[in-house]
Ligand binder design. Structure first.
Ligand SMILES: C[S@@+](CC[C@H](N)C(=O)[O-])C[C@H]1O[C@@H](n2cnc3c(N)ncnc32)[C@H](O)[C@@H]1O
Length: 257
């Protein structure tokens, strides 16, 4: 068996992460560069070390998962959410079930809570936020961010919902308590159901076409009748009707049936 094939199998049994679902060339190149940066000769050597060394293991997971995020990432899309998508849903539903499905370190679900505070009393807001990376979830729960990650966030939210601690910004408890963080692997685990909005942004770009197909179908099943899937700015869905989704606005897809 090819060395990378064996490595993928080993990683799957160790972590439940199926590297075959991620774009092969890109993923293999990234892992090879991590291996040589750490001074290992090949996949076998590196895997043996990973199993023994928790720090190396954490570095690998961290590197693999690419946790880059920011508040109000692609602000025009958040504007569309505020002006077009949310008012329509709010007219119909008193309470919304919203799932941020690859939430990384929390910037996305916390942005949502702040936006929803314009429409709802915070005691009525609950967001499900999940990610495969337990380390990212821990950071999300801590809720401490750099100035740079807040650069697109409307200033009134920044002033109202953060405490400045030295050079960092700590999110306030009333926003934090609206988000339920959980570990969830989009490739393996059961999805939350009856969601009025699912956000899946800047993660499917790393997956193979075949895997994307499976995930879009699962998202369709997870959406409530006329629920909305909100995707990232490079992740427009080609022929969304394949999944019984229709494009309502750029980057927003509605469940059809
Ligand atoms: C680039 S971040 C995107 C964060 C946020 N959605 C945004 O757009 O700013 C990608 C996230 O996808 C997560 N991820 C990668 N593979 C995953 C999987 N199989 N299941 C769930 N999350 C996954 C990573 O851990 C990472 O936090």
């Amino acid at each position: 068996m090819d060395k990378y094939e064996a490595f993928k199998k080993n990683i799957y049994s160790l972590t439940n992460i199926n590297l075959s679902c991620y774009k092969e060339k890109q993923m293999k190149r990234r892992i090879e560069s991590l291996i040589s940066r750490n001074g290992y000769k090949n996949f076998d050597d590196y895997y043996i070390a990973l199993k023994k060394d928790k720090k190396l293991f954490n570095e690998f997971i961290n590197y693999l998962t690419i946790n880059v995020s920011e508040f109000y990432r692609n602000p025009a899309q958040w504007m569309c959410l505020e002006k077009d998508i949310l008012p329509n849903l709010i007219k119909k539903y008193k309470k919304l079930t919203i799932w941020s499905s690859a939430c990384s370190t929390g910037e996305e679900p916390y942005s949502l809570v702040m936006l929803l505070s314009k429409f709802y009393n915070l005691k009525d807001v609950k967001i499900i936020a999940t990610d495969i990376d337990a380390g990212a979830i821990e950071k999300a729960k801590l809720g401490v961010y750099s100035e740079k990650s807040l650069q697109n966030l409307p200033n009134d939210f920044k002033l109202k919902y953060f405490d400045k601690i030295g050079m960092s910004y700590k999110i306030k408890e009333d926003i934090k308590s609206c988000v339920d963080f959980k570990k969830l692997n989009l490739l393996e685990d059961r999805y939350p159901m009856d969601c009025h909005i699912i956000l899946c942004r800047n993660v499917l770009i790393y997956f193979t076409e075949e895997t994307k197909n499976i995930i879009y179908k699962k998202f369709h099943d997870s959406l409530s009748k006329d629920g909305i899937l909100f995707v990232g700015s490079t992740e427009q869905i080609i022929m969304p009707d394949r999944y019984n989704l229709k494009s309502t606005k750029m980057f927003f897809y509605q469940k059809e049936a």
